[in-house]
Design a protein around this ligand. Structure first.
Ligand SMILES: [Zn+2]
Length: 324
């Protein structure tokens, strides 16, 4: 048996050939998705989407209803997903009030056990936001807090600490957008280093740094590596996977080197925003069957295994988001 597995290890360490996983049932949680309809978007959001779409050479995505998400999950074999609404109400005139938006997301997933939703909140809302956080979790069943710093705040300001305290008391995780940012928001707020102090001051709070902080990948890995309560999600990396896959391999190799991979990395897509780059089913296959190419192994990086990838595809998210 040992001989067989050693031989297998040798086969899979030969460059990037995919292993045969037909004997394994692959379970997948998408740790980062979005839903919206055009009547929930602000005029600024619509303009930003038009700009992003024209850069990508695709029509703007003004509607991403839950039916589209469910269809994509089914075809890609994704069992569960985590919806992460964003609160931009302090920056822009939004069609829905804060409460209306929470309710919209809570209602869209009602009765669907495969989906959970967070509540999106800008912590500059102070007491009003704290009350909404509590209501969202206790009355509407929201399962975490999504923060979007590019709207104009550094997450580690002391005045926001009541939010982290409340999340700890409610036993819910926080997902924080990091890195690349759309035209009318400010990327300086989205550096992972501004989460480090929060993570250290709230060791029981589970924090996820979205997108592994692209382009501040080393910084995100540093913050996660030193804080056992901080994970990273790989949403958005389809853009690299479809054009320069070595960037994904290098990121995963570096994450393994600093022990963020496999226990603190979550597979995620940012659906539907990167479908133009790589359809979600292909992104599942790319990541779940990944092997580091021999160029990286020759440099001294350790190869990754199926059981490590299973942690990223399912187990880590099942623990953080579903309390299993
Ligand atoms: Zn997102």
């Amino acid at each position: 048996m040992q001989g067989a597995s050693a031989a297998y290890a040798e086969v899979i360490s030969e460059g990037n050939s995919f292993s045969d996983r037909s004997d394994l049932i692959l379970r997948v949680i998408d740790a980062h998705v979005h839903t919206w309809t055009h009547d929930m978007l602000s005029e600024k959001d619509i303009e930003a989407r038009r700009i992003a779409a024209s850069k990508a050479g695709i029509p703007p995505q003004l509607d991403a209803p839950i039916s589209k998400l469910k269809e994509a999950m089914k075809s890609a074999g994704i069992e569960r997903a985590v919806i992460l609404p964003i609160d931009s109400g302090l920056n822009q005139k939004m069609p829905l009030s804060l409460r209306e938006k929470t309710n919209w997301h809570a209602d869209e997933i009602r009765g669907d056990k495969s989906l959970i939703t967070f509540v999106g909140l800008d912590p500059r809302r102070g007491e009003e936001g704290l009350a909404e956080l509590e209501r969202a979790v206790k009355d509407k069943g929201c399962r975490g807090l999504k923060m979007y710093p590019p709207n104009g705040f550094y997450p580690d300001e002391k005045r926001f600490y009541p939010y982290y305290k409340l999340c700890t008391d409610l036993n819910i995780p926080v997902v924080i957008h990091q890195g690349f940012t759309s035209r009318f928001k400010h990327v300086k707020y989205a550096r992972p280093v501004y989460v480090d102090k929060v993570a250290a001051d709230f060791p029981d709070l589970k924090i996820v740094l979205a997108h592994v902080g692209i382009p501040w990948v080393d910084e995100a890995l540093m913050v996660s590596s030193k804080n056992p309560n901080v994970s990273v999600d790989v949403s958005g990396w389809q853009a690299a996977a479809s054009t320069v896959p070595m960037k994904v391999y290098q990121m995963v190799a570096d994450a393994k080197f600093v022990r963020v991979f496999p226990n603190r990395m979550l597979w995620a897509s940012d659906f539907p925003l990167f479908e133009y780059a790589m359809p979600i089913g292909e992104w599942v296959r790319f990541f779940s069957k990944m092997r580091l190419p021999s160029t990286l192994i020759d440099l001294g990086y350790s190869q990754i295994t199926d059981s490590e990838l299973d942690l990223c595809m399912w187990k880590n998210a099942s623990h953080i988001f579903f309390g299993e």
